[in-house]
Structures are given as structure tokens and as C-alpha cells.
Write a protein that binds this ligand. Structure first.
Ligand code: SF4
Length: 622
């Protein structure tokens, strides 16, 4: 870093990584982001930034950024003008519409305005119901589950409210890995306010080290049984809030087999700790239930959303002054994607269904935006087959990703640091992004690209920029009604207000998953990075965690004679991975963990979206 602080142009914007939505200040010199620092006077994060937000910015300045469209000619990707790329795109999409149709897969980091326009593009211009974002199944499942039980698809409280809660339950959420600054809020609630804190997870993490935490360490895939057992305790011990609640009798009947004793063997969690965690929730004045969702959480997502909502209703999480149910989406604008309805339309296919259809020759085109399914979606072989088989593939991204290499047309897009518009974070807070640097080369915002494409396809709608699209959003998306784009200040605007009441309270019985009967099973998830599409190109996070690994419990490592950094073979779902071993205290016996965001390591060749995969483990070398 050669710049002096006074040489830098400073621009406040919103971090582009996770749904925490931290405000950060870009320090720019000669159109390069040279520093990122915090501002403790504004935003949701009180000046806190995690390693990704603070140090994960070098991808913005990377020489590897795409700067010009590329079009495949005679089998090779060659630089092309925007005119040529758009012509090829229009021809390819129109042909696809006359054949088996086209699907659109979007990432989780577009702005609200871009998502809104993408929905318009899908419905009115490309006329396809096949639209999804970020892996699909988990988002679709969790949203469906919450819509069914609560009539909403969002967190019901804000982050500061969690700090005021006296009982907190985290489900599959190690926020220190996924939303670190939100994790600090929980930390404050536990340390300052002595909040009773329980964690349901298949691995230990920093959360479980908080003093007094009840760790419900489940066998992978059995979290729903724990949630059911906690609901069972509330009903049986007459601790449940049931006024105005639908479906109480049916849930009581549905939970008959889910007493804590009955689920203890299946889940590996002692009945006493399940009972104690349930009573903590019942006795608290304000309670928060935190539910992580995203690509590595695909299995049972609808049921998981329902079981979490059942428990939130029964423990009265919506009745206190603070807290509620929190959806912790993985990406910076996961909530915005849901708000702008980037989900399959009636009769449309989810992301995974589109890929299956494409692999089977049942889809004529795919349009992939800000997403690298080959690197981050479950079942890499299936994704590879889909990308190879689909007759026409367009990829819009910052980099020449693995997925982009398969494309017929590649469009250079821009990063959060170059964008204007809004993100909506995991507490429903709409925040403004401010552009700090100019786009590299001929790269364009996703909004500009959608607009160019729509114009070429005869769409009469013409927007002059994010503010105009936002005005359209406020006219058509009820939750955003009355919000003025220019009136969104540094603290943002929380749609629906600080406390969002559920539209309904309907209990629905769901069944818990069965644990795998295997000597070893592999789980996956985040570890410092998210999908890795951006952070794995940034020096800060790479310095902290340079390569993938497989993590073992001490007991298993000792039994197999495996030590740190030795190479280990993992075989599962007909594939083999070779990774360095890491031995630690986080895992239970028989469970191994591989982070999902190192594309080169290929964990998604083995991981197909299950809660856990049976694997064979052997040591290869010292
Ligand atoms: Fe960015 Fe999330 Fe870290 Fe905040 S917690 S700095 S939003 S990655």
C-alpha cells in the first residue's frame, strides 16, 4: 500500500459479501481500492468488519477482471463488441424460446434494482417461468416453509434486538463463519445480558465456545427431530403460546413420536439438554431463533423452515419486545432476491431442476448471472453435464469462472464497489450502495446489461438508472411501498418496521430426517469464505486460509493414524477427493468436514445436496 491517507477519496458503501450488510468505507486512489476501513458512526455494524469485509477487496482491482464481452467462434472464446455479444444473445434466446425454452440462474449479489429488472426480463421479455437464484432448493424450500407457517419470507426483527434478547437459539448457524458481525451481536447478548444460548449443529464452532452455551451436537441431518422435540417439550409441559395459533392439535399428534427421549438416540443429543434448551426459550422474555440457509444447507430446507417456525410460534418469539425468527441468507442480497421474487414462476423449474433438465437435453438455453454453479452448486458432474449439453449458454460475471469457460457468450459485469443501487440485508434493512471506482474496460452493471438486452428484444420499458427502477419497485412490491430512494440514509430503511408481525401463525407437522449409518460421513459448509467466487480471489481471506482441507475429530485421526497436513483420500458418490488433513476438536466421531468454497478441490463432485454423504477415508502419504 503506497497511498497516504489524505490522498484517498473515501466512499461509504455496503459490503458485498454477506447478508450482514456492514457499512464500509472504500479508500480509492487512481481508480483502485487501496484500503477498506470502518466507520463506527454509521451502518449496522458499529464499526466492526470481519476479515472478508476488511481485507477481502483485492478482487475488485484484479487484473483478471473481465473487461470485454467474449463470444465463442469456431469453438474458441474471442473478444467481441457489445453489439456482437448482444446480437448473439438475442438470437440464441429467441431460438431457445421457439424450442425447449430457457432458464435463468442468478447469484445472490445483484442489487434490488437488478433483481427487479431481471424479474421483468424473465416475465415480459424472455417470457420464461424458469428463474431462480443461488442454488434454489434451499431458498425455495425455506421460503415455502415460512410462507406456509407465518405468511412471510424474511426475518421478523433487527440485529440490535438480538442483543436485547435473553434466550437465543441458533440452528445450523455458526454466524462467526457466515455472518461474523452478527455473530458479535449474539456474543454481546450472551456476555453482557447473560442470554441463555443454545446451538443446534452437526459441528462445534466458535459459537459453541461461548460460556454457558448449550451445544446440541446432532448427527448430521437430524436437526428437525431436535426442533420437533423442543416443540414437544413446550406442548407437554404446558409452556407453549397457543393463543390464535392454528394447527395445535394436529401438531400435538404429529409430534407424538418426538419426545426428547425418543429422539436422543437418533440425533445423538441427550434428552436433558433438549429439555433444558426448550425451557430456556419458553422462559425468556424476548427470544431469537436464528436459521442459516444457503447452498450448503439444501437438504430438508422446507421442513427445516417449518420446524423452526413451529418452535418460534410456540415459544412466543414473535410476542416479546425484541427478537423473533431470523433468516441468515448467505449472500449480500439474498433477502433482496426473495423480496424481488427471483424464484420460479408457476410451472417453472428451480435451479437444480433447470440443471437436470439441461443435462437431459430438455432446456435450450441457460443464462447464468453472477454465479459459478460448476464451482459452488451441489453435484459438479451433473452441472458439468448440463453446461456441456445445453445448446446455448450465456454467463455474466466479473471473472472467467469455471462456468464461464463453457459459455457461448460472456458478458463482463461489475462489482459492488462500482455499483449504485440498494441491497437488503438479513434484517430487511434496505441500504444504498455508492460507487467508489469506475468499471474496468467495457464492463457494465447487471442493470445496464439487462436494459440493453430488453431494449434489443423490443421491450418498451426504459429506466434511466437505479433510482427509477427503485421507484417502480415501491409501486409494485408492497413491502417497499412509500420508501424514497434518495431518502435512504446511512442507517438504511427497514421494510416492514423493526418488528414484523407474522401474517399468520400456523403449525405444520414435519418429519425429521434419518441419520446415515456409515463409519464416516462428510458434511460441508462455510469456513471463512462464502461461495469463494469473490473471496477466493482476494488476498486477505486467502492468506488466512490458502487451500481446502478435510477436518477430522481427534479420535478418528488417532484411530486412522492421520496427522495435520497429511494427504487423505475421501471416496463418496463414486468420486474421490485428495485433501490435506486438519485435526481438531469441532467434529464428532465419524464426521468429516470439507469447506465448499474451494472450487479446485471439487467437494461438489462428492456433495450432491444431502445433509451428509457416506465416504470412505484412507491415508495416502505423510
Ligand atoms: Fe461483510 Fe458480512 Fe463481514 Fe460484514 S460480516 S464485513 S457484511 S462479510
Amino acid at each position: 500500500f503506497k497511498a497516504r491517507p489524505w490522498q484517498l477519496k473515501e466512499v461509504d458503501t455496503v459490503c458485498g459479501y454477506c447478508g450482514n450488510g456492514c457499512t464500509l468505507t472504500l479508500g480509492v486512489l487512481n481508480n483502485k481500492v487501496e484500503t477498506i476501513r470502518f466507520n463506527d458512526k454509521i451502518g449496522v455494524n458499529d464499526g466492526n468488519l470481519c476479515v472478508r469485509g476488511r481485507f477481502g477487496y483485492s478482487f475488485i482491482n484484479s487484473d483478471d477482471r473481465l473487461q470485454k464481452p467474449l463470444v465463442r467462434k469456431h469453438g474458441r472464446l474471442e473478444p467481441a463488441s457489445w453489439n456482437e455479444a448482444l446480437e448473439a444473445m438475442v438470437a440464441g434466446f429467441e431460438k431457445a424460446r421457439g424450442e425447449k425454452g430457457l432458464g435463468i440462474l442468478s447469484g445472490g449479489r445483484l442489487t434490488n434494482e437488478e433483481y427487479y429488472f431481471l424479474g421483468h426480463l424473465a416475465d415480459k421479455v424472455l417470457k420464461t417461468p424458469h428463474l431462480d437464484h443461488n442454488g434454489g432448493e434451499c431458498y425455495k424450500g425455506v421460503s415455502e416453509g415460512l410462507a406456509e407457517t407465518l405468511g412471510i419470507k424474511a426475518s421478523t426483527g433487527t440485529f440490535p434486538q438480538v442483543e436485547e434478547c435473553d434466550a437465543i437459539l441458533a440452528i445450523r448457524s455458526d454466524l462467526y463463519e457466515t455472518h461474523p458481525v452478527f455473530g458479535m451481536v449474539v456474543n454481546q447478548a450472551v456476555k453482557r445480558n447473560n442470554a441463555k444460548f443454545s446451538v443446534i449443529s452437526d459441528k462445534k464452532g466458535k459459537f459453541t465456545k461461548l460460556a454457558g452455551t448449550k451445544t446440541l451436537l446432532t448427527k448430521p441431518g437430524t436437526e428437525i427431530s431436535i426442533l420437533n422435540a423442543m416443540a414437544h417439550v413446550l406442548l407437554v409441559e404446558d409452556l407453549a403460546c397457543t393463543d390464535g395459533v392454528e394447527g395445535v392439535a394436529a401438531l400435538r399428534a404429529g409430534l407424538a413420536d418426538y419426545s426428547p427421549k425418543a429422539v436422543a438416540t437418533k440425533t445423538g443429543v441427550a434428552a436433558e439438554i433438549i429439555e433444558a434448551a426448550a425451557r430456556d426459550l419458553a422462559k425468556g422474555k424476548s427470544k431469537a431463533i436464528l436459521l442459516a440457509y444457503g447452498l450448503p444447507y439444501s437438504a430438508y430446507s422446507r421442513e427445516l423452515g417449518i420446524a423452526a417456525a413451529n418452535l418460534a410460534i410456540l415459544c412466543g418469539a414473535f410476542d416479546g419486545d425484541n427478537g423473533g425468527l431470523y433468516l441468515c441468507g448467505e449472500k449480500a442480497n439474498s433477502q433482496g432476491a426473495i423480496d424481488q421474487n427471483i424464484l420460479p414462476r408457476a410451472g417453472g423449474m428451480s435451479a437444480q431442476e433447470m440443471l437436470t433438465a439441461a443435462a437431459g437435453g430438455e432446456l435450450s438455453a441457460l443464462y447464468v448471472i453472477g454465479e459459478d454453479p460448476l464451482a459452488s452448486y451441489p453435484d459438479r458432474n451433473q452441472v458439468q453435464a448440463a453446461l456441456e449439453k445445453v445448446p446455448f449458454l450465456v454467463v455474466q460475471d466479473l471473472f472467467l469462472t469455471d462456468t464461464a469457460r463453457e459459455a457461448d457468450v460472456i458478458l463482463p459485469a461489475i462489482s459492488f464497489a462500482e455499483k449504485e443501487g440498494t441491497f437488503t440485508n438479513a434484517e430487511r434493512r434496505i441500504q444504498r450502495l455508492h460507487s467508489g471506482v469506475k468499471s474496468p474496460g467495457e464492463a457494465r452493471s447487471d442493470l445496464a446489461i439487462f436494459s440493453m438486452l430488453a431494449g434489443r428484444m423490443g421491450d418498451p420499458l426504459s429506466f434511466t438508472g437505479p433510482h427509477a427502477v427503485f421507484a417502480e419497485i415501491t409501486a409494485t412490491v408492497p413491502e417497499y411501498k412509500g420508501i424514497d430512494f434518495n431518502g435512504i440514509g446511512p442507517q438504511g430503511v427497514v421494510w416492514g418496521g423493526e418488528r414484523l408481525a407474522p401474517a399468520r401463525r400456523k403449525l405444520v407437522a414435519v418429519k425429521g430426517g434419518e441419520p446415515l449409518a456409515a463409519r464416516f460421513q462428510m458434511i460441508t459448509g462455510s469456513a471463512l469464505y462464502h461461495s469463494g467466487t469473490l473471496s477466493a480471489r482476494a488476498q486477505g481471506p486467502l492468506a488466512a486460509m490458502p487451500e481446502s482441507y478435510v477436518e477430522f475429530a481427534y479420535e478418528d485421526a488417532a484411530e486412522l493414524g492421520i496427522k495435520d497436513n497429511e494427504t487423505v483420500s475421501l471416496k463418496g458418490n463414486g468420486e474421490e477427493l485428495r485433501l490435506k488433513a486438519k485435526v481438531g476438536k469441532r467434529l464428532q466421531r465419524g464426521v468429516v468436514f470439507v469447506p465448499y468454497h474451494f472450487a479446485g478441490a471439487g467437494v461438489n463432485r462428492i456433495y450432491h445436496g444431502e445433509a451428509a454423504v457416506a465416504v470412505e477415508v484412507s491415508k495416502l502419504s505423510v
